[in-house]
Design a protein. Structure first.
Length: 339
């Protein structure tokens, strides 16, 4: 199969049939009582099915089968593994220790598969694999934490997928183009069901899958010679927001797994609509991707200038709640630390 045909079929596989599969998924989720009930931490007021990201996972697995190479196997393992964990969480819940153990098992498998071709001795390779697995697990959970207003995570996955597809064009790398395009079209096909009036939520299955797909594409891009700034730019805002929120809570002596004070949640608490929050966060990620692309030019001065600008953008983003003069005062909700 030619590279161009592979790319087209992989992209189409993630959106074809969505007008049928998503309503079927919603009906099954309602029948199974897989419903997200509003609570003090919620940004919604209507009981809504969760788990709508399952068709995205199916589409990405179909895309991996079409791409049909070693990297596609790694991608499929990531999607299937994290989809299984997320869907189990949506259906009946998992204790935090069990959830982290399962995520770590999948992540170390993926890291080993990606890094095994590197010509390194056993000990450095094992250390690098553990670091990569921790980063993968961390980002999947960060993506889940950030999925709190309509459309935000689907739009970020759309931008990220498109960014990796374009990096594949620059490289050139057919896998990055096809997998990135598949991720972008899968996220785009979900938006009509969630961006305005949310008829379904991604659920843990959706947020885990999108987070894992982005993280794996970042790891593969970096391992294949894409500069770190360009490879990590689509992940930067979610990583910064989650890391900053957890750090502030730990320094304040608060439980790390009670979270309701991310930057984007301050914006929503200040009266911003879901759509405004999604547009501004997404525009910030798009700007970070453009700044990261400066690393592709090979110009050290331009690269350093773009890096400094990206750090400044993230600093301004993290500082924005104070600039808005807003502090979240709602009760803290446990996410199951005692489970």
């Amino acid at each position: 199969m030619s590279g161009s045909l592979t790319i087209v079929l992989a992209a189409v596989s993630c959106c074809r049939g969505r007008p049928i599969t998503e309503p079927v998924a919603i009906a099954l989720l309602r029948r199974g009582a897989v419903i997200d009930m509003p609570g003090p931490r919620s940004s919604h007021t209507t009981p809504t099915p969760r788990g709508g990201g399952a068709p995205i996972a199916v589409g990405l697995l179909a895309a991996a089968a079409i791409i049909h190479n070693a990297l596609a196997v790694v991608f499929a393992v990531a999607v299937a593994g994290f989809a299984a964990i997320g869907f189990t969480e949506d259906l009946r819940g998992l204790s935090i220790p069990r959830r982290l153990a399962l995520q770590s098992l999948v992540a170390i498998t993926i890291a080993g598969l990606i890094l095994s071709p590197l010509r390194m001795t056993a000990v450095p390779l094992a250390v690098l694999a553990v670091i990569a697995a921790v980063g993968l697990t961390g980002f999947v959970n960060a993506f889940n934490f950030m999925d709190g207003v309509n459309g935000i995570s689907a739009v970020h996955a759309l931008i990220g997928g498109a960014a990796y597809a374009l990096l594949g064009v620059w490289r050139p790398d057919t896998f990055l183009i096809a997998a990135g395009a598949a991720l972008a079209t899968g996220a785009l096909a979900f938006l009509p069901w969630n961006a305005f009036r949310a008829r379904v939520f991604l659920g843990d299955v959706g947020s885990y899958v999108l987070g894992a797909a982005l993280a794996v594409l970042a790891m593969i891009a970096a391992s294949r010679g894409v500069p770190d700034e360009a490879a990590l730019a689509p992940l930067a805002l979610y990583l910064a927001d989650t890391s900053w929120t957890l750090l502030r809570r730990i320094l304040a002596g608060q439980s790390w797994c009670n979270h309701h004070a991310h930057v984007y949640q301050h914006w929503a608490g200040a009266g911003w609509s879901h759509q405004r929050v999604t547009v501004v966060t997404s525009a910030t990620t798009l700007l970070l991707c453009l700044l990261g692309a400066a690393s592709l030019t090979g110009d050290p001065a331009l690269r350093a200038l773009a890096d400094a600008a990206a750090v400044s953008v993230l600093a301004l983003y993290l500082r924005s709640p104070a600039l808005l003069g807003h502090t979240i005062t709602q009760p803290e909700i446990s996410l199951g630390c005692a489970s």
